[in-house]
Ligand binder design. Structure first.
Ligand code: KIV
Ligand code: ZN
Length: 507
């Protein structure tokens, strides 16, 4: 069976999505999970774009062994040199050079002729090739470029040493048959195309990214660029989980495989959602909360009799935990540890003790602790690992005839306990103002969302916020059965990320 190369760009195009704002450590954590997932190439970032992204790519290149690590670069010498600087320690480094090709971009944006673009593309591939054998080239906005010009560019960059040529549908304009036709045209009209892997990179502006990618693969492309949860610039990129599961589920149609361990999909999706702050919509294919949930009576009846009646995939095949074991306040440490292992979390003794204590506290408030509760609890543990300030205590007084008042106590970086109080327009406002009196970093709250992790009055409430500081957005999440405490945790999470980034940029 033919293999399709999975090129994951969650950490580059995905991170480019408005408000993703990941720290270098968070990017590394996702990269390690992508390696476990089995993606062939991790596009780790765009080193010339910022010192923070350079550092993230460097860290990932040093740590990742099982996947190629790729850095994106503009088609200019400085950007290529910087990309190489960031990935030089990688076991399998790749430089990805891109340059606009469509007349729209050439005329309105670059003010360059087709001949000039062709020459720059060729020269910059030669420069990248001087650093590594593994060079990818993308003619940006390819789906709106005259095909004969694309053929010329591809022939030239392959001759110059490109080993992968990527065809981006940059603005999500293509329609499956037409995009497939472009790929077929490339195979028929580029004389040296057998010397490179043909890749595609589709955006989702018309909701067609996955359909376009699959059609291109059906016509011969053998690398697909995609992101976990489909995140990315504007409406996002083709979703990795949808593409991989389409190959697996409809193997009878595609007869193609990938190196992806599909049982890691759910965990990867949760981690990306957790760290980017982008909530996965409930009806999202493969990993949405409702993707394997049967509501109508006739469907439920069928699934009970035989799952295949209404389920085309086994939820376990994407790693969705299907446990019959419900934990409660009488559950012991051993049962808790076992459950964590089943969910894919192996914690060190100290972290396990901490998580177990948090579990006990939760079980005191909640009759049944579900897998989603445990995931939320572990996410909470992970969040505290890289904290600058830690929330120690929060208390509010509010009501319909009183002025909301909050008292907070934080543990400062030097270990000192600092407390302060403030009034606000509501309890959350009062808490945030009290925190601001201690952590003095100017910022603006731009988004605030509350949702419950599971059903029931005793459910854990999850708060997602975004704050902006110096034009950069930072997401924050917090979970607790008390939504004021969850709100305080979310704010601390966002502030800690902001403080970590400020520390990097100050050096
Ligand atoms: O969408 C696009 O064209 C890109 C390129 C950099 C490949 O992201
Ligand atoms: Zn893109």
């Amino acid at each position: 069976m033919d293999k399709v190369i999975i090129f994951d760009t969650t950490l580059r195009d995905g991170e480019q999505a408005a408000g993703a704002g990941l720290s270098a450590q968070e990017k590394l954590e996702i990269a390690k999970q992508l390696e476990k997932l089995g993606v062939d190439v991790i596009e780790a970032g765009f080193p010339i774009s910022s010192p923070g992204d350079f550092e993230a790519v460097r860290l990932i290149a040093k740590e990742i062994q099982g996947s190629n690590v790729c850095a994106l670069s503009h088609a200019n010498a400085e950007a290529i040199d910087r990309a190489w600087e960031a990935i030089r320690e990688a076991k399998q480094p790749r430089i990805h050079v891109f340059l606009s090709a469509s007349d729209i971009h050439l005329f309105y944006q670059l003010k360059k002729s087709r001949e000039e673009i062709l020459e720059i593309s060729r020269d910059m591939v030669v420069r990248a090739k001087g650093y590594t054998d593994d060079v990818e080239f993308s003619p940006m906005d390819a789906s709106r470029t005259e095909p004969t010009y694309i053929y010329q560019i591809l022939e030239a960059v392959i001759k110059a040493g490109a080993t992968t040529v990527n065809i981006p549908d940059t603005v999500g304009y293509a329609i499956p048959q037409e995009f497939g036709g472009l790929i077929e045209g490339i195979f028929n009209n580029v004389p040296n195309i057998d010397k490179a892997v043909v890749s595609i990179h589709c955006h989702n502006d018309l909701g067609l990214a996955v359909a376009n990618s699959l059609e291109a693969i059906r016509r011969g492309a053998r690398q697909v660029e995609c992101t976990v949860n489909g995140i990315g610039e504007r409406a996002g990129n083709a979703s990795l989980e949808e593409i991989v599961m389409a190959f697996k589920t409809r193997n009878d149609f595609f007869n193609l495989t990938t190196n992806v361990d599909t049982t890691q999909i759910y965990k990867t999706s949760r981690l990306v959602s957790e760290l980017t702050g982008f909530i996965v919509q409930p009806n999202k294919a493969i990993i949405g909360a409702n993707a394997f949930r049967h509501q109508s009576g006739i469907h439920q009846d069928g699934v009970i009799k035989k799952a295949i009646t209404y389920e085309i995939m086994d939820p376990k095949s994407v790693g969705i935990p299907a446990s019959s074991l419900v934990l409660g306040k009488l559950s012991g440490r051993h049962a808790f540890k076992e459950r964590l292992a089943e969910l894919g979390y192996i914690l060190e003794e100290k972290a396990l003790s901490h998580a177990f204590q948090a579990f006990k506290e939760l079980a005191d408030k909640k009759r049944e602790v579900t897998d989603r509760d445990i995931e939320s609890l572990i996410a909470e543990e992970l969040r505290t690992v890289s904290e600058v300030y830690h929330l120690d205590h929060v208390e509010v007084s509010c009501g319909d005839h009183s002025i909301p008042t909050a008292t907070v106590r934080l543990v400062a970086p030097d270990g000192q306990i600092v407390a302060d109080a403030a009034l606000g327009t509501g309890p959350v406002d009062a808490v945030y103002k009290a925190i601001n009196r201690i952590v003095r970093v100017p910022n603006e709250l731009t988004e605030f969302t509350v949702k419950s992790v599971t059903e029931g009055i005793d459910a854990i409430g999850e708060v997602l916020i975004r704050i902006e500081s110096d034009g950069v957005t930072y997401a924050g999440r917090g979970a607790d059965t008390d939504i004021i405490v969850a709100s305080a945790k979310a704010y601390m999470n966002a502030l800690n990320r902001l403080l970590a980034v400020k520390k990097i940029s100050k050096g």
